[in-house]
Design a protein around this ligand. Structure first.
Ligand code: MN
Length: 495
């Protein structure tokens, strides 16, 4: 996973030359102090880098071009300490291709009622300076987040931290390469889509490969490498007796290890950080990849089953956004329901749930898949811990992309699941299963999602905002009639 501290948010302060050098020196000192404080905040995962105070159209244009070209700059935090006439910003803002957050703050938290004079009034003008700037950004139709509050307030840090993570995810999306082994599961609709449109909108590229190429990479894995990985499996997991050395099915564990090594090598060689496969296209592989996909996800790879490249890219983006946070992120599917009494969703997949959401040490087990016609696959089995989480889905509705998010509460299964041979999470959707599932279905949300116990709605909403993507949230406040109206209004808004 990338270390987000290697990335930079540029702190950009606007002013003008009307107030004299002493004022501008104070503006610069305050700007540096605020940037340093934000950079130190444990809630903001990136470095906040102070840039010179901007007072002319040329300096603004140069800074915006530099930010757009910088590899490590995830975006710009803009603040107008004094008034900074916004026509100066027009040209620069038009060239800025990085995300922006507008921090509407003031150096002084307190208004000095007894001593306030015209010097103070000339220096502390963000209350109106930021409004002038805001007008220009709105007039230009530029997406940005607006954060209001004193710069030392932890709530301000929290909001800037969420934006920083979304902007880091956006940076990843621009450079992400997704590999698809085989095509889509036949006849499935929601996992299809326009990959050119996705690349135009999100930046990531999606490339297809014959499964035979993957099978070839798997065949080239050496016995020594396989031995080492099998040992690692036995150290990391409670490996079922039958799969251990000397056990009757040990060869299946070795086959799994070979698949992991082949798959990992293929992805590394091609610079891919997300991938898909499909159980309908496995020539040359003797099992559907299970434990290998689970472990690759745990190492930060995005995954989508049945050719679902949109979810693979989403899961990778969410992994980067949540880097360093507690709680895991996984590919997920709404699998089956408890409809009486407790109204719960059992989330799982055929195999591919990420062990970063395991509450306990996973077991490595082998069971029939009853689908796909290959040998039994090895998989990690575990249950997700209780607590708040989100599930998010990106679908393509006509020529636009829509993100649908549901806030959920993961709970423990009502009873043990002794015969369920897959990893699982059990949850109660907010506000409840009836409203959440109806809203999700009205919105056209997919059955595959990115599930996270670290990210929150704010992270995903900020990401959708940066992407200029429609965002629909189903949470404890959702009322079905309002939600359906929102869908109708969005049809008009996005047409
Ligand atoms: Mn599926």
């Amino acid at each position: 996973m990338p270390d987000l501290k290697t990335l930079e948010a540029w702190f950009v302060t606007g002013s003008q030359h009307l107030y004299g050098d002493a004022t501008l020196r104070a503006v610069l000192a305050h700007s540096n102090e605020i940037a340093a404080a934000l950079s130190r905040s444990h809630q903001i995962p990136v470095q906040v880098v102070a840039k010179p105070v901007l007072t002319t159209p040329d300096a603004i244009r140069d800074l915006c071009s530099e930010a757009s070209a910088s590899r490590n700059c995830i975006g710009v935090i803009a603040w107008m300490h004094t008034f900074s006439p916004a026509k100066m910003w027009l040209g620069g803002l038009r060239t800025l291709t990085k995300p922006m957050v507008h921090l509407h703050t003031q150096y002084n938290a307190d208004l000095p009622w007894d001593t306030i004079d015209m010097d103070f009034m000339n220096l502390n003008q963000s209350a109106h300076g930021d409004r002038e700037f805001g007008f220009m950004v709105t007039r230009l139709g530029i997406n940005r987040k607006v954060v209001v509050g004193h710069w030392a307030d932890p709530e301000v840090h929290r909001q800037l931290g969420a934006w920083s993570r979304a902007a880091a995810g956006w940076r990843e999306s621009q450079q992400l390469k997704v590999a698809r082994f085989g095509d889509n599961m036949r006849e499935v609709a929601v996992t299809e889509g326009d990959k050119v449109e996705a690349q135009m909108r999100f930046g990531y590229s999606v490339s297809g490969f014959g499964v035979s190429e993957l099978a070839c990479a798997v065949q080239q894995v050496s016995d020594a490498e396989t031995d080492r990985l099998v040992e690692e499996y036995e150290e990391c997991y409670r490996v079922d007796e039958s799969l251990r050395r000397g056990g009757p099915r040990h060869n299946a564990l070795r086959d799994s290890a070979r698949i992991e090594l082949g798959l990992r090598g293929f992805l590394e060689a091609g610079g891919f950080r997300a991938f898909t496969d499909t159980f309908q296209d496995l020539p040359g592989l003797n099992q559907l990849p299970g434990i290998s996909v689970q472990r690759l996800m745990a190492d930060g790879y995005g995954f989508g089953a049945e050719g679902d490249w949109k979810t693979a890219a989403l899961v990778r983006t969410m992994k980067v956004m949540s880097s360093g946070m507690t709680g895991g992120t996984s590919f997920m599917e709404d699998y089956t329901y408890q409809f009486n009494h407790s109204h719960r969703v059992l989330g799982a997949h055929m195999l591919e749930i990420c062990p970063t959401i395991a509450a306990e040490r996973p077991t490595a087990e082998i069971h029939p898949l009853s689908i796909g016609g290959r040998s039994d696959p090895v998989r990690l089995v575990f249950t997700a811990p209780s607590g708040p989480a989100i599930v998010a889905s990106i679908v393509q509705i006509g020529d636009r992309f829509r993100m649908i998010l549901n806030e959920i509460d993961v709970v423990q299964p009502d009873r043990p699941l002794p015969k369920l041979p897959v990893a699982r999470a059990v949850w109660v959707p907010r506000p409840n299963l009836q409203i959440a599932a109806a809203a999700w279905i009205y919105a056209g949300g997919a059955h595959h999602t990115g599930f996270s116990q670290s990210l929150t709605t704010e992270h995903m909403e900020d990401f959708a905002g940066i992407a200029g993507m429609e965002f629909l949230c189903i949470d404890s406040d959702t009322k079905l009639r309002d939600f359906r109206n929102e869908l109708r209004w969005n049809e008009a808004a996005y047409s």
